[in-house]
Design a protein around this ligand. Structure first.
Ligand code: WTA
Length: 643
């Protein structure tokens, strides 16, 4: 027991933690200001740290910077020969330990990365890309995606990365919204032993958009369609460019990147992040939460097409001068040992992944893990969906060998970086509880009337002013949506996360799940509304309802209920619906089941009661059906859904 004035702490760690959190809570603005001073290279210091005009706010006003200068210039002498990026290709034959291999796995130093970024930045400039222009990036997990993002950042262009497994239609919707004139893509990539032809998808996606030039990275050497007017090989473009490119100096509040996330209709929302605040939060959260040390090899397994890939795959490790690992392939291909082999081979020290991957590996048992030397690991992370106790324990015991702490990290595309977690060395760690708000972050859990919920009572998670420097600043070209979705539930000064949560006696927060129509399918964020929109585009569909139901591995999966305009054989219509979803969104959105039903449960005013459909799968009480205009349909559907 340690005594400090009137306060007693059980251990030194508790004392340290309490002081840290208290100090940040006293003056969060000052707290972030200190982090901004320490972690980021500024060309010009800001004049005002935080300004709030609800529902808008700004951080580090008047500050000037370029994020790539913190990554490269601030530390170049020390880091020049240090590996920034390790890249592991999917085909085993391309890994050096296989003697007949083509030795494609790559280690890129900070010095080499800097040259590559400058070369590509110069090339983009030559194509006419200027500060503020949007650039589409539709690339798989290859080093050039990092080079492309940083090259945009170098010249102040706004990168808009589109997940490479999204369909041409999904790419098109994003390109149209951004008005990008340039798209960077690849010929193809490897996935589960197959070559995926990305260029054909890209060609389809750019049709009728403003894209004038397509830059293609040669990765898989597959044959691709070629259009002389628009297409340029990446290699030939960068070949004659010089290795230096001055950084475009950006205002702290200038747009940095746009990343799309599912909207509740077919139209995705462009989540807009800005230069200064994002840089500060990304650098600091990585340093504190993963406790980055100079010799760390950090592996964030998320695809760069999602926010986790942006913040903790690319920017945070590089801003902190450590080594980041990138893997092209699927986790369990060709065997469940693939990830373990990579950890062993590169002596990975921190693994940051999603519960869905852990559950998938657990399904294979423990024996395959035991065959590998995972002793380099010192810290584990989890993100993207609630981690249940079973998965937490499996991860802790089998991967971390009961010696690595697990940081469960809560955040969103909108928050830009982690806002709730336990800190390594401080804890407290409680399985299935995410932890405390990061120092300087104020959260609350509110009931529907806006009152703070007592301990153990479920409510809505909100974030209070001054929020965080990296919280997004808007939905691209859609201020109405920004206000309505995030700043109207509890007024314009409280950020509504759309997550249900509760807290325990120690104030640790447990995330229950989304209260809107977002579902997390194997960690991928989709909305049921977006799926419904895709299905409704099929000419035989009269109406449909999509709900997310629990799944042992994927967390949640969609099921679809369809009312057809006129009866059709299942074997004909179901594959067509599947095709429709693949075309509109991509294979990640495929449903677990499609039910052809006569009608959907509706209220008397015609509202579809998705909640009732969901309960058919969760085992919850169906509730009062008397308010429905067609209660008899529930019984019929129930018969179809019970095996
Ligand atoms: C969910 C991913 C429980 C949550 C970074 C959030 C989590 C949504 C956790 C955002 C966690 C994320 N525990 N749930 N540790 N982390 N979520 O935008 O519902 O893809 O609102 O960002 O994922 O998903 P997004």
């Amino acid at each position: 027991m340690i005594r400090k004035g009137n306060l007693y702490y059980p251990t030194k760690e508790f004392q340290k933690a309490a002081q840290l959190y208290d100090k940040a809570a006293e003056n969060p603005i000052k707290f972030w200001e200190d982090l901004a001073n320490k972690g980021i290279l500024w060309r010009k210091k800001w004049q005002k740290t935080f300004v709030h005009k609800p529902p808008y706010f700004k951080w580090f006003l008047g500050g000037k910077l370029n994020i790539t200068e913190t990554i490269f210039e601030s530390n170049l002498v020390a880091l020049k020969n240090k590996v920034a990026l390790i890249w592991e290709p999917e085909p085993l034959t391309e890994s050096p330990e296989y003697p007949r291999g083509k030795e494609k796995s790559r280690k890129i130093t900070y010095g080499e990365l800097f040259s590559a970024v400058c070369r590509f930045a110069n090339a983009l400039k030559k194509l006419g890309v200027k500060k503020g222009d949007r650039v589409g990036i539709y690339l798989p997990m290859i080093p050039e995606v990092v080079i492309a993002m940083l090259a945009c950042a170098r010249i102040g262009a706004i990168h808009c990365v589109v997940f490479s497994a999204f369909s041409p239609q999904a790419l098109k919707a994003r390109l149209e919204d951004t008005g990008a004139k340039i798209l960077i893509t690849a010929d193809g990539y490897f996935r589960r032993g197959q070559v995926i032809d990305l260029k054909t998808n890209a060609d389809e996606g750019v049709k009728k958009t403003k894209v004038k030039k397509i830059i293609i990275v040669k990765r898989a050497n597959n044959e691709i369609p070629w259009n002389k007017k628009t297409d340029i090989w990446y290699e030939s473009l960068v070949k004659n460019q010089t290795k230096s490119c001055p950084a475009q100096i950006m205002d702290s509040e200038d747009p940095f990147f746009i990343l799309y996330t599912s909207g509740s209709t077919g139209k995705p929302k462009g989540v807009l992040h800005t230069c200064g605040g994002y840089a500060v939060q990304t650098q600091a959260t990585g340093k504190w939460i993963f406790d980055f040390q100079p010799n760390d090899v950090f592996w964030c397994t998320a695809d760069v097409g999602w926010v986790t890939g942006h913040t903790y795959g690319v920017y945070s490790p590089l801003l902190n001068g450590i080594t980041s690992l990138m893997f092209e392939g699927a986790p369990d291909w060709p065997t469940p040992s693939r990830w373990c082999q990579i950890i062993e081979k590169y002596r990975v020290t921190i693994l940051y992944t999603a519960p869905t991957a852990i559950r998938m590996f657990a399904k294979y048992g423990e024996d395959f893990v035991k065959k590998h030397d995972l002793s380099s690991l010192r810290l584990l992370g989890s993100v993207g969906e609630p981690i249940d106790e079973t998965a937490w324990l499996w991860y802790f015991q089998n991967v971390g060998k009961s010696k690595c702490p697990i940081v469960d990290t809560w955040w969103q595309t909108e928050t830009g970086g982690i806002l709730i977690t336990s800190l390594p060395g401080l804890g407290p760690f409680r399985p299935s509880y995410t932890g405390l708000p990061f120092p300087g972050i104020k959260t609350d859990i509110l009931d529907d009337r806006g009152r703070s919920c007592p301990v153990n009572k479920k409510g809505n998670l909100v974030i209070l002013p001054p929020f965080s420097p990296g919280l997004f600043r808007g939905i691209y070209k859609n201020p109405k949506k920004y206000r309505e979705t995030y700043w109207s539930q509890y007024g314009s000064k409280i950020y509504f996360t759309s997550d249900g949560a509760l807290r325990d006696k120690q104030d640790l927060i447990r995330i229950i799940g989304r209260v809107d129509d977002v579902i997390k399918v194997a960690g991928h964020r989709l909305s049921t509304g977006e799926l419904e929109n895709a299905v409704n585009k099929h000419s035989s569909v009269s109406e449909c309802a999509v709900v997310g139901i629990p799944d042992k591995i994927k967390g949640e999966v969609p099921v679809i209920f369809i009312v057809l305009k006129k009866t059709q054989p299942e074997e004909k219509i179901k594959p067509e619906i599947i095709g429709q979803i693949k075309k509109e969104i991509g294979p990640i959105a495929l449903p677990k089941e499609i039910y052809l039903v006569e009608d959907l449960p509706k209220t008397r005013s015609g509202k579809i009661m998705r909640r009732i459909l969901k309960r058919l799968f969760t085992g919850e009480e169906l509730g009062d059906l008397s308010t429905l205009s067609n209660p008899e349909i529930v019984e019929k559907i129930k018969k179809m859904t019970t095996p």
